[in-house]
Design a protein around this ligand. Structure first.
Ligand SMILES: [Zn+2]
Length: 133
């Protein structure tokens, strides 16, 4: 078993803050993985409840809608899981806390609110308003 090197202060964040953020990221990762299992089980159960036969009327529509909802949640969780995993990798590589686009510090307050943030608030703003960086 390998021991992770201790986290060093970086991007204006002290080691204690980084340890705290890492703990939160790991907890979030565990939560997302657990929920993914639950959602996939739900999807499988719904699919077996409505086999390949054509289900007419409101009942079939509702089942398809429920599937769409579960699939949308899975997509959302997947994206979040990727962001959390990427943040943990950056932490380990000493790259955490800097905007992956412009290289500026993301800032302590933003990271405390959103530990998996990979963009500074300015780049995030551009992304949200223009749809691209
Ligand atoms: Zn930036």
């Amino acid at each position: 078993m390998t021991v992770d090197p201790p986290l060093r202060a970086q991007a204006g964040l002290d080691a204690d803050t980084l340890v705290d953020l890492k703990r939160r990221l790991l907890a979030h990762q565990g939560e997302l993985l657990g929920r993914e299992g639950t959602l996939r089980a739900r999807l499988a159960a719904e699919e077996s409840a409505t086999p390949n036969t054509f289900v007419a009327g409101a009942e079939g529509g509702a089942a398809a809608e429920a599937d769409d909802e579960v699939i949308a949640m899975l997509h959302h969780d997947d994206a979040e899981l990727n962001a959390v995993t990427a943040a943990l990798t950056r932490l380990q590589d000493g790259q955490y806390g800097w905007c992956t686009h412009c290289g500026e510090e993301i800032g302590r307050a933003r990271l405390l609110a959103l530990p998996q943030a990979e963009l500074c608030i300015a780049c995030q703003d551009v992304l949200e308003h223009r749809g691209a960086l």
